[in-house]
Design a protein around this ligand. Structure first.
Ligand code: SAH
Length: 218
């Protein structure tokens, strides 16, 4: 991957247009749109494909995985209602783009990726861009117990069910956002932990993610 980190008017202009598209598609949270306007998404692409970076599409990042579609990133982020200082667990670092968006919103981010080569890439690229989450390599379907509880947990891969073990790692008042379904389509699910024992679950729109693979997953 060539990383020259050039961010000129051309890229900034394309990013502005992307923000408009996302607004038209229904993303309302101003802070989320601001974060999208700020993070140089083309840095996650090989220079040959920069033209693709600000289209509202998912894109291969190698190893059969994808950088999520900007709309999907914005949609999931909006559902999290990130407040400055929120402790967030992100499962499925992938390119690290979503991670940067969470950091721009002032979250303290713990991010875990199971594919070693993707992990090795993001631990280089993100700090170089000035983004500093806590990186982990391993199976995130079980969460990261050592650092629990979290204000928010975000799963960026499609799960067959909501892992109970993730719910237990939420603070009271905490929120889990996770796409749940089969390999073709998943419903976005949010779960709010209302008390020690009670949860409220909501099912929203349909998406298509790469599968969450692991102990509490496929
Ligand atoms: N937010 C990322 C999305 C990447 S796709 C981005 O915008 O780039 C989902 C990622 O989840 C893939 O990189 C995949 O390898 C990873 N993944 C799948 N199952 C996982 C698991 N059990 N633990 C951690 N990461 C997982």
């Amino acid at each position: 991957m060539a990383h020259k980190f050039v961010d000129n008017y051309r890229e900034r202009g394309a990013r502005k247009k992307l923000v408009e598209i996302l607004g038209d598609r229904g993303i309302q949270d101003k802070n989320v749109l601001k974060a999208i306007a700020k993070v140089p998404r083309h840095y996650f692409f090989d220079e040959t494909f920069w033209i693709q970076a600000y289209k509202d599409i998912a894109f291969p990042i190698g190893d059969g995985q994808t950088i999520s579609q900007p709309y999907t990133v914005a949609y999931q982020t909006e559902l999290l209602h990130i407040k400055r200082g929120d402790k967030v667990l992100e499962i499925g670092t992938g390119s690290g783009y979503q991670t940067c968006i969470l950091l721009e919103l002032g979250a303290q981010v713990y991010t875990i990726e199971r594919k070693e080569n993707l992990f090795n890439r993001t631990i280089q690229v993100l700090p170089h861009m000035g983004y500093h989450p806590e990186f982990f390599c391993g199976d995130g379907s079980k969460g990261i117990l050592e650092h629990a509880p979290y204000d928010k947990i975000l799963v960026t891969a499609g799960a067959p069910f909501v892992p109970e073990i993730l719910l237990k790692q939420l603070k009271i008042g905490g929120v889990l956002v996770i796409p749940v379904g089969d390999e073709n389509a998943q419903k976005m699910v949010t779960v709010l932990r209302v008390s020690e024992t009670d949860y409220e679950k909501f099912e929203l729109d349909t998406f298509r993610f790469v599968p969450l693979v692991g102990d509490q997953a496929w």
